[in-house]
Design a protein around this ligand. Structure first.
Ligand code: NI
Length: 392
């Protein structure tokens, strides 16, 4: 069932008319999930659909990304709309007839939904190009789950010349048909740390003759929580999680070293600085106090995703005019999303699209996640309405 860009009397009807083809497309993507930077089949399908719609595009942007461009009849700003395409290393347990055919791979974050949605947007807006003042750049991004795809595409020029950007995500904790937004910082900055505590191995009965990295690791892990409780302003959210501890082998040996891995999430720039500085200081303190060697590698992955206030007000007004139910204001999340790489460069708005159905698994990254596919047409309609209003 090919996508069509024949004009429809309204955006709602255009989205509704496309829905069956978009759902079929989504199910095909769902059955063939691909991990970050491996989205070759997915990118091929995207490129083929754009070609059918007569939309000029480039492939291989940021390795496996695709960029299409719809030029309006009149000059105006360049609006980027971005969807992510990658799947997760999860064994699917939905039992759906279109479940993943690839062992250990699943579209458990709904990026198949996002890809289909942006193709729907492409179909609708390419059929309305004569009404647009400006350009719509369609960004099909790889490797969001690795938090590397956006930067890879930007390095290949995907963000060149853009004036503003729209991103979106399906939200299973919001009922299908609803839309949402977050004022200000919507998603957290995500950083990663690797810490190695180097001791001196020895007999467990003679700790004075060794240097115990396990005691040092235990103290450091508890001290790291004081970054949140004693160093940050209580009005600045921060999460420090140690997700991996590795060291030692048996009852009676003090090991040579312990390795830790963890993540830091913050919403405010200032909090991010405070956290990194504090973690560096605590590592130095443990080294001095407990005689261990401490090696810290601290990597800033993505900045927090901050919605532009003016663009947000315009988008929310468009949604309120388009739909009977106004969009819901939501709380920020300490999750991260690399759309923030675009939002860090140009005014951006991140739309939340309800995908939840009663009784269904409502967590992303879950082996039984089943979004309600009604969210595709809803997303198409919402994004098109915002785009049309921004490029009037
Ligand atoms: Ni996602």
């Amino acid at each position: 069932m090919p996508l069509s860009n024949d004009p429809a009397p309204s955006l709602a009807e255009a989205a509704e008319r496309l829905a069956p083809a978009l759902i079929a497309l989504r199910r095909d993507l769902h059955a063939h999930p691909e991990l970050g930077f491996e989205e070759r089949r997915t990118a091929g399908i995207v490129a083929a659909e754009l070609a059918r719609l007569g939309i000029p595009h480039r492939t291989g942007v940021g390795r496996t990304g695709v960029v299409g461009e719809i030029r309006g009849a009149r000059p105006g700003p360049v609006l980027a709309i971005r969807a992510d395409m990658d799947a997760l290393p999860i064994e699917e347990e939905t039992g759906l007839p279109f479940a993943s055919t690839i062992p250990g791979r699943m579209h458990a974050c709904g990026h198949d939904i996002h890809t289909a949605t942006l193709l729907g947007v492409a179909a609708v807006l390419s059929g309305m190009a004569d009404q647009l003042a400006g350009t719509v750049r369609l960004i099909f991004q790889p490797a969001e789950e690795l938090l590397e795809g956006a930067e890879a595409m930007i390095a290949d020029g995907a963000a060149e010349g853009i004036d503003m950007a729209l991103g979106f995500h399906n939200m299973p904790d919001m009922p299908v048909g609803s839309l949402g937004f977050v004022r200000g910082a919507a998603l957290a900055a995500s950083d990663r740390f690797d810490i190695t505590l180097q001791g001196k191995s020895g007999h467990a009965a003679h700790p004075y003759a060794a240097i115990d990295p396990i005691i040092a690791a235990a103290q450091l892990i508890t001290q790291l929580q004081t970054v949140v409780s004693r160093e940050q302003k209580p009005t600045h959210p921060c999460v420090v999680t140690v997700g991996m501890v590795q060291g030692g082998s048996t009852y009676n040996i003090i090991p040579e070293r312990v390795a830790l891995k963890g993540t830091v999430r913050t919403l405010h720039r200032e909090a991010r600085e405070v956290a990194e500085a504090a973690i560096r200081r605590l590592c130095e303190g443990i080294a001095a106090g407990l005689r261990v060697g401490v090696e810290l590698s601290y990597r800033r992955m993505v900045p927090s995703l901050v919605n532009d206030p003016a663009l947000l007000e315009r988008a929310v007004a468009s949604l309120a005019a388009q739909f009977d139910t106004p969009p819901l204001e939501r709380e920020p999340s300490m999750g991260a999303e690399d759309f923030s790489a675009f939002a860090d460069r140009v005014p951006s708005f991140h739309l939340l699209v309800g995908s939840g159905a009663p009784g269904r698994e409502d967590r992303l990254h879950n082996a039984r996640y089943q979004p309600d596919e009604g969210c595709i047409a809803q997303g198409v309609q919402a994004l098109c309405r915002i785009a049309v209003d921004l490029l009037r």
